[in-house]
Design a protein around this ligand. Structure first.
Ligand SMILES: [Zn+2]
Length: 373
């Protein structure tokens, strides 16, 4: 491990400059033109290592690089090229370094994670340490907006893989992520009946009042002990103040640790009764199933911890509320998340940063693990 770590430490400024290159190519979700510029760069970087497949999509291309190994075992590296920031959103500039911290849109989530993985592969090649597994490196265009484009590719590659390593950042304390909540959103439309609020209010059926009743009931489905939460966080409705409101649209965030809880909510949310004369239309639901730890994922964690200890850090096992594309693969193949860059402030414009001195050890961890899987 020492040779790998030394090589990466000596390469830190090149690693950082690759992160800067990707960060300067701002790539908000749905902006296919900008996302494809990132994919062009990654394709050029990955080309020397394996066979590239690019699948066009109107949200941006899906980029896949297969790096063949000597054994039939296969490891999937999962990443996304999109960020949550619109072009020009960062008023503080696209790239700035303050001490050990490098700030830029999407550097932490997750362009530095992609760069680390490329450097892990590059370093192994340079040191003639060929991993025995085949590596499937997948970079999708739409993780931040529910992964409709990426999901089929993610699931297909995970099928039959011996491990899926997700290049999202580790937990804030540096832990690897063994569990993520299942995440989704219910869209609830409430239909009432419009009427003049002054002349015939008795003929109206108020959708806002019925929505208020729904909200009061839906939060009762929470089970905080089990970590099940329901957040009615968006509401639009009514027209003008002298008309009885006839339509409301609600969006309710749902998060669960287990599939059993997701199924309970799916059942019980539909049992909530609308007030008389109004009607609920409930659509959507769980988008990402929960990523629950499995014997397979815990075995990878153990290997990763041993390697990290050799390098000089001690990651634990984190359980986090936010979802990632690892949620899709956890039931298909042993999945471990958090192999990206160390840093802070994901999704916070002008504030998101990576920790420069952690680039080499975190990359070394991934390189070491690719040799062991
Ligand atoms: Zn991410």
């Amino acid at each position: 491990m020492q040779a790998i770590l030394d090589h990466l430490k000596a390469s830190t400024s090149s690693i950082l400059s690759d992160v800067e290159t990707l960060v300067r190519l701002e790539s908000p979700s749905t902006d296919a033109t900008h996302i494809n510029l990132v994919q062009d760069t990654l394709e050029a970087w990955l080309k020397p290592f394996g066979e590239i497949t690019r699948t066009p999509h109107n949200l941006g291309d899906i980029l896949h690089c297969r790096i063949p190994g000597s054994l039939s075992k296969r490891v999937v590296l999962l990443a996304h090229a999109d960020t949550v920031y619109s072009v020009g959103a960062w008023k503080s500039g696209l790239w700035r370094i303050e001490g050990d911290q490098a700030f830029g849109p999407g550097g932490y989530d997750m362009k530095a994670g992609i760069v680390q993985a490329i450097w892990a592969i590059r370093t192994l090649k340079t040191l003639n340490l060929e991993p025995s597994c085949t590596i499937d490196f997948l970079i999708t265009p739409d993780e931040e907006i529910a992964s409709h484009a990426g999901r089929p590719h993610i699931e297909a590659l995970a099928t039959g893989a011996s491990a899926v390593l997700v290049l999202e950042p580790p937990h804030l304390n540096g832990d690897l992520k063994v569990a993520r909540k299942g995440v989704g959103m219910y869209t609830v439309k409430v239909f009432g009946k419009a009427a003049h609020q002054g002349t015939e209010p008795e003929n109206g059926r108020n959708a806002i009042v019925s929505a208020a009743h729904f909200i009061a009931e839906v939060v009762k489905l929470q089970n905080l002990t089990l970590g099940t939460t329901l957040g009615p966080n968006v509401i639009h409705g009514g027209s003008v103040t002298n008309v009885v409101a006839d339509e409301v649209k609600l969006e309710v965030d749902i998060r669960v640790w287990t599939l059993a809880e997701a199924e309970r909510i799916e059942r019980e949310i539909r049992l909530i009764q609308p007030l008389e004369g109004t009607r609920f239309e409930i659509t959507d639901g769980l988008n990402r199933p929960p990523m629950e730890p499995t014997p397979g994922s815990m075995a990878i964690l153990e290997k990763a911890q041993k390697i990290a200890n050799e390098i000089g850090f001690h990651p634990g096992a984190a359980r986090v509320g936010g979802g990632s594309d690892g949620n899709f693969t956890a039931t298909i193949a042993p999945t471990l998340d958090g192999f990206g860059a160390f840093g802070k402030n994901a999704h916070q414009k002008d504030l998101e940063f990576i920790t420069i001195s952690e680039l080499a050890p975190r990359t070394a961890l991934l390189a070491g693990l690719l040799l062991e899987l």
